[in-house]
Design a binder for this molecule. Sequence first.
Ligand SMILES: C[S@@+](CC[C@H](N)C(=O)[O-])C[C@H]1O[C@@H](n2cnc3c(N)ncnc32)[C@H](O)[C@@H]1O
Length: 388
Amino acid sequence: MPSDLPLPATHARAVSDALLEKLNRRIERAGGCIAFDSFMESALYEPGLGYYNNGLMPFGEQGDFVTAPEVGQLFGRCLARCVASVLEQVEQGVVLELGAGSGLLAVTLLAELSNMGVLPERYYLLERSPGMRARQQELMARRQPALLDRVEWLDTLPEEPVSGVVFGNEVADALPVKRFRWQGGEVNELGVGRRGGRLSICEMSNAQLTTYVQQLAQQGGWEGDYQAEYCPTLSPWIRGLADSLEKGLLLLIDYGYGRAEYYHPQRSMGTLMCHYRHRAHADPFWCPGLQDITAFVDFTTVAEAATAAGMQLEGFSSQARFLVACGIDQLMAEIVPDNTRQFMILSNEAKRLMLPGEMGERFKVIGFSRDLLQSVKGFAAQDLRSRL
Ligand SMILES: C[S@@+](CC[C@H](N)C(=O)[O-])C[C@H]1O[C@@H](n2cnc3c(N)ncnc32)[C@H](O)[C@@H]1O
């Protein structure tokens, strides 16, 4: 258990205890062990109690982590240049943002597209957390009242495919994952049970997962003990997104690797990560509902699913390279700070987005197009596609 985490406030602790009670009952009903993806689903999305549904704000400096749009406006303004390069090529183009979090990116993006004279016909937001959706609605009404009539919240993907841009920043990493252990050729799914009055790892068998993991082990040349994650919903999710685009761009930004790096023999403890008050640690059982739980994204799976759905790989890039290709340097040159303090804020923002030790290299951007005649802004010829 992580020892240096700040103590949660009493009301937050009560939320976590209530969720824990639910989980305990579920584990008991299941005979002592539930799958990790089912635990993660509950820890993040349990109505009223899960991390994204309990009303305790996870984003920003006061929360648990900072995403690129929360760093400042540069990210959203660069992304607008990519989005505009697609909207200029389609008629009556729309934007569909997945998992919009606080709604800040939507606000920045819409403002920039409006300044550029390339507003989408509709700006859809598809957000699975009702609490997050309410925050987005409040922020949009306060910050962009004049554009509100273009904005619409959806419960599901549109029934009819749309033209334009479908995108998500840090959404794929929030899809629940399964965990497994490979020991000298034997595979076990790692579930969640109870021992000594606490949540703990239990072992389950899963024939389908075993077959897949054995393939990974062979391709990766694993030796000894190996533990990692696998996201069972990633492929169908991507397929659904691809199918919802008649013409345009599907864009995902997240931390992750191509499969060979993801399941590299040296990454033998997996990529699962938890965040609480800007501290990262690896114990998913600490205070369920109060911390974020994520896993890196296997971008090879993303690419296989999107291309199987008939989309074309537009590019796979680091966030730093993507922002450069979107023209972050010109944008910064255009913003003339009034004073030294403003200048410092802007350059710190750029550093956080671009430096390799910050978000610049860990975060990747992957884009797939359908029926576009011209290339999309943001992807340079020399990208990372050989690592998929
Ligand atoms: C880590 S946050 C990222 C928020 C925002 N995109 C940003 O960059 O600040 C993940 C968000 O995705 C939402 N989410 C997770 N899975 C989703 C899904 N399948 N469809 C739509 N939203 C989802 C969560 O509720 C949360 O708002």
